[in-house]
Design a protein around this ligand. Structure first.
Ligand code: FCB
Length: 454
């Protein structure tokens, strides 16, 4: 029987990830202002289960318990995001000290527990006040983001050394402004591309601010990348796959790593492309210290005239492994291929898998445990893909599981569970470690894991 222990180095950064709106709750506490997600989740019909993030999983109050959970599992890294409107309720101007105090307590608690914090400045919860004046299509939002980044890094930069500017600009722009399934719920092609540009400008604005305010700090952006394949051997599908790759991967990677939008996509978008001013691309492509890769799926793509932006759509194979979150295929090879591509096409940046994980239909068994074997298998196979890419020279230096806790999964509400810790919504938000949490703890303890043939 084939078996092999795949080992990871001592300083490999294992951890978990979360986002403010998905876990904190405390939506109107301590002076917090409304974000576009507060507005969107309270708009009838927008969230699948009709719920909102007002309480979420109450991390705002239970953070000591959640930190203790991390400590008990030996998780030495934790990626969290700040809620911009806790710190600046109107997006700019007046600072809310109680918001900053909360993040102070959270960071101190993590450090006391031996957990290194990795902080994302923007995980989609734009202040509603800024959306009201055009959101990311308005360059004043970029100024406001710079002010917020300055305040946050001045306050926390003595203790937080790893900063991530934006989470998944593709999702924030496309799901929010073209598909309308995320906040702010718009459906406009031109707005979508203007928002994407505004977000990239925000990234460029924040990089020197983090550098100036955080002694010994490091900064990077988090993009979600997928491995794209044409569904058939036809030329139409090959072109559709190139467009999907252009609009999904390269549109957000090339400006940051190569200082330009991809030429083929600029031509494809034509008049819809955003207005780029002189200096924009220099700012967006300022060197960063690492890249955060959120990886969830490969995408098999076919030509489709009905799709407005790129005339392409994702298809699935009946024999493929689709996650319970149906858009995602369980396809670890694609993680390996994406990491190899970062090595070959983007200068092999120091990379952290800043999110990877899966949903499964979890429940508490008669023995009081949650046996999420689907997630354990998923994680093991994806860890192995990262191991293989490392072996071939990709600079993967850490891995954060999405997510620490079951939480508010955006448009799906609480109907999808991504956590390695179960949250019992019927029983006072009680936390129960799933088998996957024990598995991850074991991998961290042993600095690797065994794979074997079946
Ligand atoms: C990513 C998001 C994260 C979570 C996972 C499942 O796109 O960054 O907040 O929703 O998907």
């Amino acid at each position: 029987m084939y078996q092999e222990f795949l080992s990871f180095p001592d300083d490999f950064a294992w951890g978990t990830a979360t986002a403010s709106y998905q876990i904190e709750g405390g939506a109107r506490e301590d002076g917090k202002g409304p974000s576009i997600w507060d507005t969107f989740s309270h708009t009838k019909g927008k969230i699948e289960d009709g719920k909102d993030g007002d309480i979420a999983v109450d991390h705002y109050h239970r953070y000591p318990e959640d930190i203790a959970l991390m400590k008990s599992l030996g998780l030495q890294n934790y990626r969290l995001s700040l809620a911009w409107t806790r710190i600046l309720p109107e997006g700019r101007g007046r600072v809310e000290p109680r918001g900053l105090d909360f993040y102070d307590r959270l960071i101190d608690g993590l450090l006391e527990a031996g957990v290194t914090p990795w902080v994302t400045l923007y995980h989609w919860d734009l202040p509603q006040a800024l959306q009201d004046s055009g959101g990311w299509t308005n360059r004043k939002t970029v100024d406001a983001f710079g002010e917020y980044a300055d305040i946050a890094t001045r306050r926390l930069g003595d203790r937080v050394k790893n900063w991530m500017t934006f989470n998944e600009p593709w999702v924030a722009s496309v799901c929010g402004n073209l598909y309308g399934v995320h906040a702010p719920g718009l459906k406009d092609v031109k707005t979508t591309l203007a928002v994407a540009h505004g977000i990239l400008l925000g990234h460029g604005r924040a990089v020197p601010i983090v550098r100036a305010n955080v002694p010994g700090g490091r900064v990077g952006i988090v993009n979600n990348l997928a491995h794209i394949e044409p569904a058939t051997g036809s030329e139409a599908d090959a072109a559709a796959a190139r467009r999907w790759d252009g609009a999904f991967n390269r549109w957000y990677m090339d400006p940051v790593f190569k200082g330009a939008y991809p030429a083929d996509m600029l031509e494809w978008f034509g008049d819809l492309a955003p207005k780029v001013l002189s200096g924009d691309m220099e700012s967006i492509s300022a060197p960063t210290d690492f890249f955060g890769l959120n990886y969830y799926t490969r995408r098999l793509v076919t030509h489709d005239d009905g799709e407005v932006l790129i005339k392409a759509k994702q298809v699935y194979r009946p024999y493929g492994w689709r996650a319970e979150f149906e858009e995602f295929e369980d396809w670890p090879e694609a993680l390996y291929l994406v990491l190899r591509r970062l090595r070959d096409e983007y200068g092999n940046p120091v990379t952290y898998v800043s999110e990877n994980g899966t949903t499964s239909i979890d429940s508490i068994g008669d023995d009081g445990c949650v046996h999420d074997q689907v997630r354990v298998d998923y994680l093991r196979r994806h860890f192995a893909a990262a191991w293989q890419a490392r072996k071939e020279g990709a600079k993967v230096e850490g891995y954060f599981i999405w997510s620490l806790l079951d939480n508010f999964e955006w448009g799906f509400g609480f109907s999808k569970r991504f956590g390695i810790v179960y949250v019992d919504y019927e029983d006072g938000l009680r936390r129960v470690l799933k088998d996957s949490a024990h598995y991850l703890a074991d991998v961290i303890r042993k600095k690797g894991f065994m794979v074997r043939s079946r």
